[in-house]
Design a protein around this ligand. Structure first.
Ligand SMILES: Nc1nc2c(ncn2[C@@H]2O[C@H](COP(=O)(O)OP(=O)(O)O)[C@@H](O)[C@H]2O)c(=O)[nH]1
Ligand SMILES: *[C@@H]1O[C@H](CO)[C@@H](O)[C@H](O)[C@H]1NC(C)=O
Ligand SMILES: [Mg+2]
Length: 242
């Protein structure tokens, strides 16, 4: 158990059809926190995945305890933005990690985020694939281009002062995340990006750590043509709004 007076970290883990990935990422997260003697909880927000992810989540809760694994399921696929809002409502940590459940965001970087946050008492620490030695592995050319173009467009239109705007592996002070969420209007894939734009507008301090992003091994990406069109629409709306 973590020593008294220490911080507590809540991890928001949105899942949609992640039954193969969820046990691995959960186990690695538990290990990362325990090895570093940190207090934590993992909040799984499953959107009624047809592959039975929630059943797996319940088994993990039985194995690791209800204080460590918190289940916040919803009745349908309602999207990522609202999943974070739903998840944080019951978070008990004073710091919050947001990451993907598909192993693209590796729990081994958790201590790097925490170290960086402490270094500058940053409000937000963001993982970056595009600076400081970060990288992307396992993506085909099309996916790499999509990501680069999305980042370039966002960077040019929004000038947020963060090098990896479309990435989503981040650590927040909980009240800061709540304030950012309150200021954010979009709901889909643009949500994370708008949050960073709002963070800058509110003068929150942002630290960056290099991460490597590895493409998912199990399951499929939920980023299809509809999401890309939605992203572009959201980006333009956001650019006109700031
Ligand atoms: N709860 C919930 N999770 C989602 C939804 N869409 C995607 N996810 C999860 O969000 C994370 C990122 O999704 P992913 O498909 O890997 O996006 P990509 O990495 O951009 O291809 C994964 O953990 C997904 O399971 C959704 O509508 N609801
Ligand atoms: C952020 O900082 C700028 C420059 O110092 C200042 O003009 C602005 O009012 C600040 N914004 C907020 C929300 O504090
Ligand atoms: Mg993914």
């Amino acid at each position: 158990m973590a020593p008294k007076g220490q911080h507590k970290y809540s991890v928001l883990l949105p899942t949609y059809n992640e039954r193969e990935n969820l046990p691995i990422i959960t186990w690695m997260l538990v290990k990362a926190f325990k090895d570093n003697e940190l207090d934590f909880e993992i909040i799984i927000i499953d959107d009624a995945s047809p592959d039975g992810t929630l059943e797996i989540a319940k088994q993990l809760q039985a194995a690791f305890g209800a204080d460590r694994i918190v289940l916040r399921p919803r009745a349908g696929k309602l999207g990522l933005g609202t999943a974070y809002i739903h998840g944080i409502e019951h978070a008990t940590g004073d710091y919050v990690f947001i990451m993907d459940a598909d192993m693209s965001h590796h729990p081994k970087f958790i201590p790097d985020f925490i170290k960086k946050q402490k270094e500058g008492n940053f409000d937000v620490v963001t993982g970056t694939r595009y600076a400081l030695g970060g990288g992307v592995h396992g993506w085909d050319l099309r996916r790499k281009l999509t990501s680069r173009v999305a980042n370039f467009l966002a960077d040019t239109l929004l000038t947020p002062g963060v090098s990896d705007l479309t990435g989503s592996f981040r650590l927040y002070k909980k009240p800061v995340l709540e304030a950012m969420i309150r200021a954010t209007k979009s709901k889909g894939y643009v949500f994370q990006m708008e949050m960073m734009v709002r963070a800058r507008q509110m003068n929150f301090t942002i630290g960056e750590v290099p991460i490597t992003f590895v493409d998912r091994v199990f399951g499929e990406s939920k980023l299809g043509a509809a999401e890309i069109v939605g992203y572009l629409k959201g980006l333009i709306t956001l650019a006109m709004d700031i």
